[in-house]
Ligand binder design. Structure first.
Ligand SMILES: Cc1ncc(COP(=O)(O)O)c(C=O)c1O
Length: 369
């Protein structure tokens, strides 16, 4: 029987720390817009968590990316290389500036941008490379950094989906010239809607702060010398974010424990490929994702339909962006296309119980029987 509401959702926020206390403080004190102590605290603490100096909070992850692209001064004629297999926001943020997103293929082993494909795409118009840490697993940053150094282009991380993930022991967000995160309600930590830029580059951080404040000069607030934005995070968002940040290690532990449970149960099921977990990586499993291979005997969408009938919500992988109508480049990027066709995000949130994971695994097993 089809259900209107899933019994097991893909992800729900866990908000039982000090969120209510901090939000109540905002309401009682009247500091509900973007001025207020929580925004600065959240920026500083989140940047420190990533091991970098500066944080600029925004009202979502998409505008964090746009603001970063604008702060890098990108415009028409510039190119930015990115994986095609990403959320559409990565491409849109570049497009907003008038620069051109250039899509490359992914690696089958990591599901992330293929550094050899980046080398093939790079040219004198390239200004930046964006590595996306897809579904919580870090991209292979060293080869990307080597290419960025050789061609003198900026390396950016889109870490929207990978708070706290590590590459060779170091946290994402501090592995490149600048990074962004999203704090949407289903993310590892959330502010409802929210985002942040983190960087060690003071000039970019100051520029981002200036541009997200409508191009405001502190000593002459209504004199504007360029068209800018209001992209600020509110104090209420940051209050939730600060309470979430206090528990980020717990949130990650829950997701990694759930992933280990899934992997134990699904390892022997024929026709399912489990998420990447490279020796050099600590996957935080924002999503626990599997690929439905031919041997499974059912198409990915049929698997999703049958899971839904059992009350289990899932998400398909992203369509590779090069195939979407507004970008439609006519490229063939076989790995991204195959991953996009085969991938399913299973229920992955921090509120998931062991019994629910067992139900998902039992249901998957029953489909192959
Ligand atoms: C890879 C990636 N980049 C950017 C974003 C944009 O973040 P937001 O939804 O907060 O605008 C997301 C959002 O989920 C994402 O997954």
């Amino acid at each position: 029987m089809a259900k209107d509401r899933p019994v097991i959702p893909v992800a729900e926020p866990l908000l039982d720390g000090r969120e209510l206390e901090y939000v109540t403080d905002c309401v009682q004190s009247g500091w509900i817009s973007s001025l207020g102590k929580y925004v600065r605290d959240f920026e500083e603490n989140f940047a420190a968590y990533c091991g970098v100096q500066f944080g600029v909070a925004t009202f979502n992850g998409t505008v964090a990316l746009h603001l970063l692209m604008a702060s890098l001064n990108l415009g028409p004629g510039d190119e930015v290389i990115m994986p095609s297999l990403t959320y559409v926001a990565t491409a849109n943020a570049v497009q907003y500036t008038g620069a051109t997103p250039i899509f490359v293929d992914s690696e089958r082993e990591t599901w992330n941008i293929d550094p050899t494909a980046v080398v093939e795409a790079i040219n004198p118009r390239t200004k930046a490379i964006i590595a996306v840490h897809l579904y919580g697993h870090p991209a292979d940053m060293d080869p990307l950094q080597a290419v960025a150094n050789e061609y003198q282009v900026v390396l950016i991380e889109d870490a929207a989906e990978a708070h706290g993930a590590r590459y060779k022991g170091r946290r994402v967000g501090g592995l490149s010239d600048a990074a962004i995160f999203s704090f949407y309600g289903n993310k590892i930590i959330t502010t409802g809607e929210g985002g942040v830029i983190v960087t060690n580059n003071r000039a970019w951080a100051e520029r981002a702060f200036f541009l997200e404040n409508q191009g405001r000069y502190a000593d002459n607030p209504y004199w504007h010398s360029e068209v800018a934005y209001n992209y600020r995070m509110t104090n209420i968002q940051a209050a939730i974010g600060l309470a979430q940040l206090e528990r980020i290690e717990e949130m990650i532990t829950i997701r990694r424990r759930n992933a280990a449970h899934y992997s134990r149960r699904l390892a022997d099921l024929p026709g399912l490929s489990l998420p990447p977990n490279m020796a050099w990586a600590e996957n935080v499993y924002w999503m626990y994702s599997v690929l439905v291979e031919d041997e499974f005997g059912l198409e990915r969408d049929e698997v999703r339909t049958r899971l839904w009938a059992a009350g289990i919500e899932t998400r398909p992988f992203f369509y590779p962006v090069h195939a979407l109508p507004m970008y439609n480049t006519g490229q063939s990027l076989p790995v991204a296309e195959e991953l996009g066709r085969r991938g399913i995000n299973l229920p992955s949130g921090a509120t998931l119980t062991p019994e629910q994971i067992d139900l998902v695994c039992d249901t998957l097993a029953s489909l192959t029987a």
